[in-house]
Design a protein around this ligand. Structure first.
Ligand SMILES: Cc1cc2nc3c(=O)[nH]c(=O)nc-3n(C[C@H](O)[C@H](O)[C@H](O)COP(=O)(O)OP(=O)(O)OC[C@H]3O[C@@H](n4cnc5c(N)ncnc54)[C@H](O)[C@@H]3O)c2cc1C
Length: 506
């Protein structure tokens, strides 16, 4: 049932079993999952059912680090959250993404892929991608083109494209008549009431832009407000502890990361790769324009054994056609003997005149977690009186080292496999500005086994509390290269099971 605070429908108080804060991807997933479990649920959402500039302005903040999107443009603050404009790229994380690796300081989760894997299939259903594996070999027979399975050191990673599912449009209906779920719209959580010990959250305090207040009491609380806002809300809860809630060790807001991208070289493709339509489906626009049913995007990476042997981060590389003639001419000047080069690679004649031969490699890689990259509070206040966000996004020095190393190794293996030749512009591998392939806000309430290294435990519970949980990519301890939303949903489903078990045991 929906109640809109700006229409005077805010209850004076509300008591439930589970209070979920934020009706975005994570919050809606958990509410959907728990709504038929005999629990009373409140789903508290800052916005309404459409964008309202006054509500969206609550996301305004300051960027003081590397150039980044305005903070009110890289997320959306109404029912459905940022799914109202996400791109729909999905892929589970890889096993290696959960592991501690010495060459990536601070890497590693306290859980493994096995803890999350059971939830990926249901997560795929929720974003309307089919339940088939993200496995290149699975798709190769259908592709009827020469999928390059025989290249031992170079592997193909598959992304699947959601329609993209808008959680407002697809899942509002689940709550229209659901008596077990009270959805409070235009209701902002601004603080938590804690027990005397400071360990138990007793109520979430709610404030509206019209100046009305209420509180929701519950036995379990889930903060699901997105990768930046989860940290900002905890930092703003300063009544009991000036440093914020869950922040005894000054870790809330640290380790902010996005997925970074680099232009990792210009490539001349060998015949076989050039002919493979499988690898030409690299951007969703091309897939859709071609009217294909399959919504997959293949990209290259290196075999896991090479990532380990060469101490590389996990990454993927797309092969993109150089879009205009001017750039193609530029590529020609880089390759004075281009025809000889391609012939050398493949030992076959050149491609038919007029075919596209010049390509750019775009690499997305996992950044090294950096404690100095952080969400902090600024000096200015929003219309609710909360201190606005100040984001200081910084890459780790390790990122440049690893990006250079992986570019060299990938290019070497690409050539050895006979896929083509890559020209690396060493001076420009490392850009000052991100390629903006992300807008994935991760790491600010990272998962850890010890409170000394993170904010939430392996069940997403804030270490310093008994009953406050965090959902979303803020819990990611290291980041992989896959877009985060499928894993956000899988973790939200896992958290739902955990809460259900806890409530039934109580
Ligand atoms: C342009 C763009 C493209 C993207 N493309 C992709 C992609 O292709 N693949 C992918 O995996 N990811 C993509 N993402 C990221 C994806 O959108 C997010 O990972 C996902 O939406 C995060 O889900 P969430 O539930 O954690 O947060 P959100 O979906 O942002 O939801 C947070 C909710 O909390 C509410 N809220 C905030 N503060 C409060 C408060 N104080 N009280 C109550 N409610 C509050 C907000 O209104 C919002 O509804 C993209 C993002 C952008 C911006």
């Amino acid at each position: 049932m929906f109640f809109d605070a700006l229409k005077g429908e805010l209850p004076e108080s509300l008591s439930v079993d589970v209070c979920i804060i934020g009706a975005g991807v994570a919050g809606i997933t958990i509410a959907k999952q728990l709504k038929n479990e005999g629990l009373r649920i409140a789903l508290v959402e800052s916005g309404g059912l459409q964008l309202n500039p006054d509500v969206q302005d609550l996301y305004n903040g300051e960027n003081i680090g590397l150039p980044y999107d305005p903070l009110d443009a890289c997320r959306l603050r109404f029912f459905g959250g940022t799914s109202n404009h996400w791109g729909g790229w999905t892929r589970p994380m890889d096993r290696v993404d959960f592991e501690k690796r010495e060459w990536i300081p601070w890497s590693g989760w306290p859980i493994t892929l096995d803890d999350v894997a059971p939830y990926y299939e249901q997560a795929q259903n929720l974003v309307e991608v089919d339940g088939t594996p993200y496995d290149a070999e699975f798709f190769s027979p259908e592709s009827s083109t020469n999928y390059l399975v025989d290249r031992a050191n170079i592997e193909t990673k598959i992304f699947k494209l959601s329609p993209p599912t808008r959680f407002l449009k697809s899942y509002k209906v689940d709550f229209n008549d659901a008596h077990s779920v009270v959805v409070l719209l235009n209701s902002n959580v601004v603080d938590f009431v804690l027990s005397e010990s400071g360990k138990t959250v007793q109520a979430a305090q709610i404030k509206t832009l019209a100046g009305k207040n209420t509180a929701v009491t519950a036995t379990h609380f889930v903060l699901a407000c997105g990768g930046i806002e989860n940290a900002r809300i905890l930092l703003n809860c300063r009544k009991a502890n000036k440093s914020g809630l869950g922040n005894d060790d000054d870790l809330v807001g640290r380790f902010f990361s996005d997925h970074d991208g680099i232009l990792s070289g210009n490539a001349v493709l060998g015949q076989r790769l050039l002919k493979s339509t499988f690898y030409q489906l690299h951007v969703p626009e091309i897939v859709r324009k071609a009217g294909l049913n399959t919504r997959i995007v293949p990209a290259f990476t290196l075999a896991e054994k090479i990532l380990r042997e060469k101490s590389l981060p996990n990454f993927n590389t797309y092969v993109l056609p150089v879009p205009d003639n001017a750039k193609a001419k530029g590529s020609l000047s880089i390759y004075p003997d281009i025809e000889g080069l391609v012939n050398f690679v493949e030992g076959t004649p050149l491609h038919p005149a007029g075919s596209r031969r010049f390509f750019q490699l775009v690499t997305a890689f996992e950044n090294t977690p950096n404690p100095n990259s952080r969400v902090m509070l600024g000096d200015k206040r929003d219309a609710l009186g909360l201190l606005r966000c100040k984001l200081n996004w910084q890459r780790s020095d390790n990122d440049e080292i690893l990006a250079r190393r992986l570019t060299m190794e990938f290019s070497r293996q690409f050539a050895l496999a006979g896929l083509g030749r890559v020209n690396i512009d060493k001076d420009n591998i490392w850009p000052q500005k991100s390629l903006e392939i992300g807008r994935h806000h991760m790491g600010t309430t990272r998962m850890s086994s010890s409170p000394k290294h993170g904010v939430v435990d392996k069940n997403c519970r804030v270490h310093t509390t008994n009953n406050l949980f965090v959902a979303g990519s803020s819990v990611f301890a290291s980041y992989g290269f896959a877009q985060p939303t499928l894993t956000i949903i899988a973790l939200a489903l896992r958290l739902s099971s955990h809460i259900k078990q806890q409530v039934s045991r109580a």
